[in-house]
Design a binder for this molecule. Structure first.
Ligand SMILES: Nc1ncnc2c1ncn2[C@@H]1O[C@H](COP(=O)(O)OP(=O)(O)OP(=O)(O)O)[C@@H](O)[C@H]1O
Ligand SMILES: [Mg+2]
Length: 237
């Protein structure tokens, strides 16, 4: 469960997000859409506890991210919009480093790392330094590290970028299974076909304000209208 209550964030004079309120309940995949610069990453960083809202509140599973950041972060996986990782570590070292930070027990960790490595087909390169990884391999290791502590709430900023079709399919399947298991998935994307197929509800942000939020059927003006046409209409100008 994620709740934003009138969240606001400005960078100097530039207001990036204003009066943003939304709730994503358990069991839901929520797609966060909007033009470049609309405020998606800023919002996601407020949820993840990397940016402090100037006003309003963010709750993750009922925990105020600002008041109790460590407790809140235990509940979450955060995948940033670009896979910046420690290049001199091997993939296995990086995942173990993150697992240490989240206090994942040894036995549980081994099983989880094996499961994720198999899912993303990364087993053969886990012993290699990350500097030798391709862009997509880096994205996969970041996903593995984010998911290693089995968080309930997934917060993913453009998670499919750079993934090959099989890995993208795997991740989408994992997202669906996670939500169907009663947990929460919040992700941003520019790929409206993915949002259309995968999301239970979507939110559209433009110039820092939420301009639409709901199930696709609620946002369409007629049953045959595409999400692309809804998006273009709501974000024009
Ligand atoms: N560190 C920063 N300093 C100043 N302004 C920033 C900073 N980060 C973002 N902004 C501004 O805040 C606004 C929202 O940016 P944000 O990164 O949240 O957009 P976004 O919706 O994630 O865009 P994209 O689709 O390109 O990823 C933009 O106007 C951007 O220029
Ligand atoms: Mg962004």
């Amino acid at each position: 469960m994620i709740e934003l209550q009138a969240a606001r964030k400005a960078y100097g004079d530039k207001v990036a997000v204003e009066g943003l309120s939304l709730a994503v309940p358990d069991g839901e995949i929520f797609g966060f859409l909007g033009p470049n610069g609309a405020g998606k990453t800023t919002t996601i960083k407020m949820i993840a506890g990397l940016l402090r809202p100037d006003a309003g509140r963010v709750l993750v599973n009922g925990i105020d991210v600002r008041a109790e950041p460590i407790r809140a972060k235990r509940e979450m996986a955060y995948v940033p919009d670009g896979p910046d990782v420690y290049e001199k570590l091997t993939g296995a070292q990086f995942v173990n480093f993150v697992a240490d930070a989240y206090r994942v027990e040894r036995a549980a960790r081994q099983a989880r790392v094996a499961e994720l490595a198999a899912a993303f087909d990364l087993g053969p390169v886990l012993g290699d330094q990350i500097e030798s990884y391709s862009h997509g391999m880096r994205q996969k290791i970041v996903l593995m590290a984010a998911l290693v502590h089995r968080p309930r709430v997934w917060i993913l900023d453009e998670p499919l970028v750079g993934l090959d079709p099989r890995a993208a399919f795997t991740l989408k399947t994992m997202m669906r299974a996670h939500a169907d298991g009663g947990a929460t998935v919040f992700f941003s994307t520019h790929v409206l076909e993915v949002a259309e197929k995968l999301c239970d509800r979507v939110g559209i942000i433009a110039q820092g304000r939420l301009v639409a939020c709901g199930a696709l059927d609620e946002l369409r003006s007629c049953p045959s209208e595409s999400l692309e046409s809804v998006f273009l209409e709501l974000t024009a100008g």
